[in-house]
Ligand binder design. Structure first.
Ligand code: 5GP
Length: 205
């Protein structure tokens, strides 16, 4: 008995809540068939980032061209920069039976939900806003005015967490990763994800 299609897993949460680290740790757990969608963005790369690995870094003209050609599964303006999920990669992988993680903001998650209601929508929650601010400072990649902007956005985003199927609090990284791992495992066992074909059982009788 097989469930052919892969899972579309959407992970969102405020800036610096630890989405990137959680995803990295998930991959380290060696879940079979798990893929990460690489977004396109008009944001400039940070020092530690590599084109084609963290993001596809493109300019506004190219981004607009991709919008016009319908190449995005979703896209959004986040903190003055555009971010979008290239559609083809995600759809191809899911059809191949791979599970794909999209690490995107809430505007993008809503667009995905409109078209893929059987997606799994997980919101990563900080233990507190105070802790979140500490993490943004520690990361040291944002100017003060950007930190303030990200904190205001964080509050708005948390207010919309009810839109998701699951909430995972990232207080302890190990526990947060374990919870997401369990969510993925459980979702894979959902009855609705199986194509019942009794003929394969009948043949064995
Ligand atoms: P950062 O600039 O810190 O890498 O990301 C800023 C925000 O953009 C994060 O909330 C991240 O989840 C979101 N983001 C990254 N890629 C995408 C995408 O493809 N689509 C959308 N809608 N948001 C994205």
């Amino acid at each position: 008995m097989k469930n052919h299609k892969g899972l579309l897993i959407v992970i969102s949460g405020p800036s610096a809540v630890g989405k990137g680290t959680i995803c990295k740790e998930l991959f380290k757990k060696g879940i079979d068939n798990l893929e990460l969608s690489i977004s396109a963005t008009t944001r400039k790369p940070r020092h530690s980032e590599t084109d084609g690995v963290n993001y596809h870094f493109i300019d506004k003209n190219k981004f607009q061209e991709m919008i016009d050609n319908g190449e995005f599964l979703e896209y959004a303006l986040v903190y003055d920069n555009y971010y979008g999920t290239p559609k083809k990669y995600v759809i191809d992988k899911i059809n191949e039976g791979k599970d794909v993680i999209l690490e995107i903001d809430i505007q993008g998650a809503k667009q995905v939900k409109e078209n893929y209601d059987d997606g799994i929508f997980i919101f990563i929650m900080p233990p507190s806003l105070k802790e979140l601010k500490k993490r943004i400072f520690k990361r040291g990649t944002e100017a003060q005015k950007d930190i303030d902007k990200r904190m205001r956005c964080a509050f708005d985003e948390i207010q919309q967490a009810e839109y998701y199927n699951y909430i995972v609090v990232n207080d302890d990284l190990h526990k947060a990763v374990e919870n997401i791992y369990c969510i993925i495992k459980a979702e894979k066992c959902k009855l609705s994800r199986y194509n019942f074909d009794l003929s394969e059982f009948k043949e064995e009788l």
